[in-house]
Design a protein around this ligand. Structure first.
Ligand SMILES: [Zn+2]
Length: 423
């Protein structure tokens, strides 16, 4: 029946164009925090008539509201559009070694819930975590509904575990002792079994932290970079690569695992099985250990031990001086290798090494583009420990925006296509 199928295809096509345009308008407001109708027209290339229709629909569905007046060109005042605080909250669950943190924000970014649960799931069955996470999400759904009249659509479970492409599974993790499994699917079925609604997906913490640092840089006025390399030098040492505004995940979710690039082929054996990985020389734990400060770290904390290491290195005391100097040099080599392969125009350093940007630049490395204005900029991360949560929430908000049409129609979201910011 060719006529019927052509008709159906036409309808589907116009619906997907409309969905795409609704997302386009919302993304623009999310990126700029606010805007007028004419600003949206010039940024998206949509006609004023189309923008008016889309804005009206988004207002009716509760995604945006008017928020005061904007001063426009020629002294004219225009109505400012902002994301609504009254609908579509987003949430993340952050799994750390000794805690689980639950954070929920309104669609406009107001923090509604921020709670830390002291729980250590290392060495415990993964089912214990699945059950705990699903319970927290269900309780959050009920609280949001009762206290605010809000429906929770999406939750990101942020952890150090690598997430396979299309969010269909997770790699084994040595820290927690968990096997290869689809943790996200297990949490979703537990939520559904107990009558919950939210779609939960797994996200890698370094990817979320890199995303947050990238967004923070752009929001402070930096030109939108084409490729961003983010390196976290704290433990576990890792990173992420953001290309054209998308997180590069890799098939196994281990892309930009810079801690495990081989920096010394004759070096000692790493946990990953290779020899001489970067993390053995340059991670926070490694430099503390190699400077003989592990006991100090155990007694007084890692921050205190690191400050002592920096003091000793400054005074020229060994082995602190040599350890820190080598860590800086190896991080620089790792950056140069990554730049050779990826040709990124922006590098962001997080963790303890963020205080050593000048030292990294000062390493004599022959010809380089690093730190050259207009070629490759080098920045210190600015969000610290908060980066993974901030990035996770921002990516969840992006997921809601990408699926605005389906949410308006009350359709169930497909977890395998939820994170469209990932390649
Ligand atoms: Zn390794």
């Amino acid at each position: 029946m060719p006529q019927t199928s052509m008709h159906a295809a036409g309808r589907l096509n116009s619906r997907s164009v409309r969905d795409h345009n609704l997302s386009l308008v919302l993304h623009e407001l999310h990126r700029r925090f606010s805007g007028s109708r004419s600003l949206i027209c010039s940024a998206t290339g949509l006609t004023p008539g189309a923008v008016t229709l889309l804005v009206n629909e988004l207002m009716k569905a509760g995604f945006i509201e008017t928020g005061g007046m904007l001063e426009a060109e020629g002294g004219r005042r225009k109505k400012q559009l902002v994301l609504s605080g009254r609908t579509y909250p987003v949430a993340v669950l952050l799994l750390r070694h000794e805690s689980v943190r639950l954070v929920c924000e309104s669609f406009s970014g107001e923090r509604l819930v921020d709670e830390v649960y002291e729980r250590d799931f290392r060495g415990r069955p993964v089912e214990d975590f699945v059950s705990f996470a699903a319970g927290l999400i269900l309780e959050l759904e009920q609280r949001l509904s009762t206290d605010h009249g809000l429906t929770l659509e999406v939750v990101g479970v942020v952890s150090p575990i690598s997430v396979l492409a299309h969010q269909t599974g997770t790699l084994p993790n040595a820290d927690f002792g968990w096997p290869m499994l689809d943790i996200g699917a297990s949490i979703r079925s537990e939520i559904a079994r107990k009558g919950g609604h939210a779609t939960a997906v797994m996200m890698n913490d370094a990817n979320c932290a890199g995303w947050a640092e990238y967004r923070a840089l752009v929001q402070e006025g930096a030109e939108d970079p084409h490729g961003v390399i983010f390196i976290d030098t704290d433990d576990p040492m890792g990173g992420s690569f953001i290309f054209d505004g998308k997180v590069y995940n890799g098939a196994l979710g281990t892309a930009m695992g810079i801690g495990h690039i081989q920096i010394n082929a004759e070096g000692e054996r790493c946990l990953c099985g290779k020899r001489g990985c970067l993390t053995l020389y340059a991670s926070r734990e490694a430099v503390i250990g190699r400077s003989g400060l592990t006991e100090v770290a155990n007694a007084s904390g890692s921050d205190f031990a690191l400050a002592e290491l920096e003091r000793r290195a400054e005074m020229g005391e060994e082995p602190a001086r040599e350890t820190l100097e080598r860590a800086v040099r190896y991080v620089r080599i790792a950056i140069e290798n990554a730049l050779t392969l990826l040709v990124a125009d922006c590098v962001i350093i997080g963790g303890y090494m963020a205080a050593h940007l000048d030292d990294i630049l000062a390493v004599d490395n022959g010809f380089t583009s690093l730190g050259v204005p207009g070629v490759t900029s080098l920045h210190a991360a600015r969000l610290g420990d908060e980066a993974a949560v901030i990035g996770g929430l921002s990516r969840m908000r992006g997921a809601v925006i990408d699926h605005v049409g389906e949410i308006i129609r009350g359709e169930t979201l497909d977890p395998s296509t939820l994170l469209q910011d990932t390649v």
